[in-house]
Design a protein around this ligand. Structure first.
Ligand code: SAH
Length: 204
């Protein structure tokens, strides 16, 4: 498997049919997902690991992790419609044994895992929801990969510090947002997004 092959497989997945704005349902682009997962695998954070995909949506990140050999992935998502699409996506690639679907709020997901990977809501509709996702991720995993708007960089750094998490890696991406998500006239708008890798300094 190459990174390009992974991106191609991920591009075949079904995505949100009617994205819900209030839940900030924008899917991760397949090339960005492949890029991020590939880097995570290079760090030894995917193959053989137990992973939680928080705010999994239609499942692209968790499914990519399974394709790269994750031992088990929890897909945590509160929207029934998105979860149904994620289930369908998994069925088509035959990893159902390793996938666990948890329908509910990430705040009540307390299973300990090796790694969290997530593209959570950016907190533009519901204030501080990005913070809640990160705090929950720090509770359940030693290593966390998370996408956020680049403009929240300082907030992310402070939050990491106050939770004894070191930022070990950072990647920046241009996220394509489809016109349906932006109300803007331009067909595809791109926003600056970062992916941070955190490692808890003290973890029991
Ligand atoms: N991770 C997916 C989806 C990103 S969109 C991807 O990368 O494509 C963010 C997702 O978080 C949406 O599917 C939304 O329904 C979900 N979500 C928002 N708030 C949530 C919460 N409190 N608990 C669980 N899921 C939530």
């Amino acid at each position: 498997m190459t990174k390009t092959q992974l991106a191609v497989e991920l591009s075949r997945l079904k995505t949100f049919q009617k994205p819900k704005m209030y839940l900030e349902q924008y899917p991760t682009d397949s090339e960005i997902a492949a890029d991020m997962l590939w880097s995570a695998d290079m760090q030894g954070d995917i193959e053989g690991k137990v992973i939680a995909d928080l705010g999994a949506g239609t499942g692209i990140l968790g499914i990519g992790a399974l394709i790269l050999g994750a031992k088990k992935v929890f897909f945590v998502e509160k929207d029934t419609t998105a979860m149904a699409i994620a289930r369908e996506n998994i069925k088509n690639i035959d990893f159902s044994k390793e996938a666990v679907f948890v329908e509910g709020d990430v705040k009540s997901f307390n299973e300990k895992v090796d790694v969290v990977i997530m593209n959570p809501p950016f907190g533009t509709k519901e204030k501080h929801v990005d913070k809640e996702f990160l705090l929950q991720a720090f509770k359940i995993a030693e290593v966390v990969y998370s996408f956020h708007k680049l403009e929240t960089k300082e907030f992310i750094q402070k939050l990491a510090e106050s939770n004894q998490a070191a930022i070990t890696h950072f990647w920046s991406f241009k996220f394509p947002l489809r016109a349906s998500m932006t109300h803007h006239r331009k067909k595809v708008e791109k926003i600056d997004v970062g992916c941070w890798r955190f490692k808890r300094k003290v973890y029991k």
